[in-house]
Design a protein around this ligand. Structure first.
Ligand code: F2R
Ligand code: MG
Ligand code: MG
Length: 312
């Protein structure tokens, strides 16, 4: 179980770093950069991992969700060079000027709030920490998303990604069964329809054309055009490497789709299944790979303590 906790976080960071140099590229351009060998280029992670670190730090410090503290961590960790989305940047600016975490995100996009994938890309710590408690998982996914993403579609995408990670942690269902559970879990029709499409693809015997995957599931920055694509990248593959390589190979929002695929796959296969050469190349430093692994281990230990306390 510990390897699944650390695998989800390291897996997410590795996916982010592998996809980062080609973010926004077409399928063809990605292939011209990576060719056949898929060597990690720089190992530098982006906003996806920086924000995931903030979510994990806050869950650890509070042994659960605390909105004010999580918003503070996002602001403290913020490095503009990591490539944040415009909506998230604006939310963080408002938060740093003193707006409450319950209000800051509501004014974005003409009052509709963001449905970008910025809440889903950072959600792995919630998926592993509440892997056995679907109600707390949903509630925490919605609340932690709300700090920057108040649109229902942004929050639902984060909850769906968190639940995919939770199912991958448990291994109590086969991949087909996972899709059934995901369809029952998700409340919004936009996502239900995307999961139906994943089922259709999964049932096909022949390899589905990547262009069809992109046109039906999406490869963009919107949560509904990227979370289902990450789930499909995991579902169709048989190893961590295949899943993450597939996610990046589609082009588009490569760092984020690969970060989300890496989180689900790391939770499913465990940290040992992540290619060593990718982990070695992943950036080090104060909040680098060792720190990310430590965050996973801390979440695991706190979870054990809470489970033992609940048993008493
Ligand atoms: N920002 C980037 N990549 C571009 C720059 C990278 C470059 N390499 C660099 O280093 O500078 N990537 C990161 O942003 C995505 C996550 O975005 P987030 O945090 O959700 O931001 P935002 O702006 O809220 O949403 C993203 C876009 O979605 C559309 N959108 C969202 N809500 C909308 C609404 N209500 N109405 C209309 N459009 C909406 C907008 O186009 C948003 O800009 C990740 O890819 C991360 O890696
Ligand atoms: Mg990014
Ligand atoms: Mg991205």
């Amino acid at each position: 179980m510990k390897s699944k906790f650390t695998g989800a976080l390291i897996g997410s960071a590795v996916g982010d770093a592998l996809g980062a140099p080609v973010e926004g590229y077409s399928m063809k351009k990605v292939s011209s950069v990576y060719g056949e060998d898929w060597k990690m280029i720089s190992g530098r992670y982006t906003d996806d991992t920086e924000m995931m670190i903030g979510v994990a730090e806050s869950l650890i410090e509070n042994k659960g969700f605390n909105g004010e503290d999580m918003a503070k961590r996002f602001i403290e960790n913020y490095d503009p060079k990591r490539g944040y989305g415009p909506g998230s940047k604006e939310a963080l600016r408002r938060l740093s000027e003193g707006e409450s975490w319950k209000e800051a995100s509501k004014k974005l996009f003409g009052g509709k709030g963001s449905y970008g994938n910025g809440a889903a890309m950072r959600i792995a710590p919630v998926g592993i920490f509440y892997y056995d408690d679907v109600d707390r998982l949903r509630e925490t996914a919605y609340k932690s998303s709300h700090i920057t993403h108040s649109n229902e579609l942004g929050k639902e995408g984060a909850a769906l990604q968190a639940f995919s990670i939770a199912l991958a942690m448990q291994e109590r269902v086969e991949k087909e069964g996972m899709l059934l559970e995901l369809k029952e879990f998700v409340e919004n029709e936009v996502y239900k329809e995307k999961i139906r499409k994943i089922e259709m693809f999964f049932e096909k015997e022949a390899e589905v054309d990547k262009k069809e995957v992109i046109s039906e599931l999406g490869s963009g920055e919107e949560a509904f055009n990227s979370v289902p694509t990450a789930i499909y990248s995991f579902i169709r593959s048989n190893s961590f490497k295949d899943a993450v390589v597939y996610a990046v190979s589609l082009g588009g929002d490569t760092d984020t789709i690969a970060a989300m695929t890496g989180a689900i796959s790391g939770a499913y296969y465990g940290e040992e299944a992540i290619p060593k050469e990718w982990v070695e190349r992943l950036e080090g430093g104060k909040k680098g790979k060792r720190y990310i692994r430590w965050l996973g281990e801390e979440l695991y230990h706190i979870k054990l303590q809470l489970m033992q306390r609940d048993r008493w």
